[in-house]
Design a protein around this ligand. Structure first.
Ligand code: TRP
Length: 444
């Protein structure tokens, strides 16, 4: 069987950016920054992006392109007869866990898109009550989540190339412009200054071990790392691609989107008198107020929610692709069968996540409802553990010579920072993850 591959350079890069930029940037980053104290969290986050996430992304690229396989097959190929392939299996499980709650938030976006079509953000009161009553109701959010999931399955039904490339290329630049306009508007609201200060003036007294772990989890989540996404996508890249450059561009684009989303939401939070520590509802509570107050807000709302949906979809596609390519290549299912099976399983787990906002809210796992449990399980356990093993694999299991070959394309490129990269993957990344982890468990 010939594997799918990307048709163009731009296609591979855009698909990666499409995977990275999603609800993680627009929905999660602002509320994580809001709940974790603002500027100090953002600075730690940025430091992690460059020192930890960048070497990790490059490591995943090296594994994927060298093996030309899905994450499980990749470890089987590069380390035959060992248990390393469990790292890939962990990634498939993680993708499933993330997609379960991700598509619920995707469903919220579907609902808000429909509201925007009815120009429903006119009353500047009650956005919070409306959001809470919507997410906790038993039927509507479950239906919306199934619609979002159905759309994700539909895009993948036609295969990697047609599915992912076509959508990402056009809509990402559009999303950028729109978020930029909304951020400029928000920055000019009365009292926006408080939001800006919150984002740029660090208050280090608010930093504790859970803030640091959250920054790490958010970095991994936002860049889709530790889960084999970059392994999967780089396995579709050709041998002349400059991996280091692709990683840098993806990271910078992702960071720009996160910061812009922060500047779009947090000043508005203060301008409209909300608390930045709202949690997962922040975007959906604040933006309706913004649209209601903005001249032409109705039109902006429609455009925003369409593009938010596309950004969420391109990320969801990448998550589902990990699961599906595993089922196809390791379990020998047909593409369509793999999609149907994983789709059905996700409808079930996603519905549970959705219901945990309402009728199942008393059902707690380790003190969290199902939604929060899935979120924490992935961001603070599965992803860091996956990331740890990926760094160890590239830094200690693979030969330095092979790693270098992938990075300089067999001597075709000049790689200047190889030694720094090598130090980071071998020592800094695994140690940092272990320290942060033990710290969170209260062992230090
Ligand atoms: N990075 C995406 C976002 O920011 C979410 C995502 C897609 C993801 N694929 C992933 C997160 C894989 C972790 C692992 O919305």
């Amino acid at each position: 069987m010939k594997r799918d591959s990307f048709g163009s350079r731009l296609g591979a890069l855009m698909a990666l950016i499409g995977s990275a930029v999603g609800l993680g940037n627009l929905w999660k980053f602002p509320y994580m920054a809001g709940s974790n104290g603002g500027a100090a969290f953002i600075l730690i986050y940025i430091a992690f992006l460059f020192m930890l996430c960048l070497p990790l992304m490059i490591s995943e690229f090296i594994i994927g392109r060298r093996s030309q396989s899905n994450p499980v097959g990749a470890f089987r190929k590069l380390a035959p007869g060992t248990k390393w392939y469990f790292t890939g299996v962990l990634g498939v499980i993680g993708a499933f866990v993330i997609l379960s709650f991700y598509s619920v938030v995707g469903g919220w976006a579907v609902k808000y898109f429909i509201t925007s079509l009815q120009f429903g953000f006119t009353s500047a009161t009650g956005a919070e009550a409306e959001f809470n009553s919507f997410v906790s109701s038993p039927v509507l959010p479950v239906v919306m989540h199934i619609i979002f999931l159905g759309a994700t399955v539909a895009v993948l039904w036609t295969g990697v190339k047609d599915g992912i490339e076509k959508y990402s290329k056009i809509l990402m630049p559009l999303l950028f412009l729109l978020v930029l306009v909304l951020a400029i508007y928000a920055l000019n609201l009365p009292n926006a200054r408080m939001g800006i200060d919150f984002m740029i003036k660090p208050d280090w007294s608010k930093v504790n071990s859970s803030v640091i772990l959250n920054a790490l989890g958010q970095g991994l989540f936002s860049l889709s790392l530790g889960m084999g996404i970059a392994i999967t996508y780089s396995s579709y890249m050709n041998k002349t691609e400059n991996l280091f450059r692709i990683a840098i561009v993806t990271l910078v684009m992702d960071l720009i989107f996160a910061l812009l989303a922060g500047f779009m939401i947090l000043p508005a939070v203060f301008a409209f008198g909300f608390e930045p520590t709202q949690g997962p509802g922040l975007l959906f509570i604040v933006l309706p107020e913004v649209f209601a107050s903005m001249p032409g807000g109705g039109i902006f709302a429609i455009m925003f929610f369409i593009i938010l949906l596309v950004a969420a979809l391109t990320s969801a596609i990448s998550l589902l692709e990990v699961i599906v390519s595993y089922l196809i290549e390791e379990k020998k299912l047909s593409r369509h069968r793999a999609l149907v099976y994983s789709g059905i399983a996700l409808v079930i787990t996603g519905s549970l996540c959705s219901l945990s906002q309402g009728i199942l809210s008393d059902f707690k796992i380790f003190g969290n409802n199902i939604f929060d449990f899935f979120d924490k399980l992935s961001s603070t356990y599965i992803m860091p553990i996956g990331a740890f093993f990926i760094a160890i694999f590239v830094g200690w299991k693979m030969k330095r010579k092979h790693v270098n070959e992938e990075l300089d394309n067999n001597g075709l490129l000049k790689i200047r920072l190889f030694n720094l990269f090598w130090f980071l993957v071998r020592y800094f990344v695994p140690l940092a993850i272990v320290v942060i982890f033990l710290n969170m468990l209260g062992i230090f």
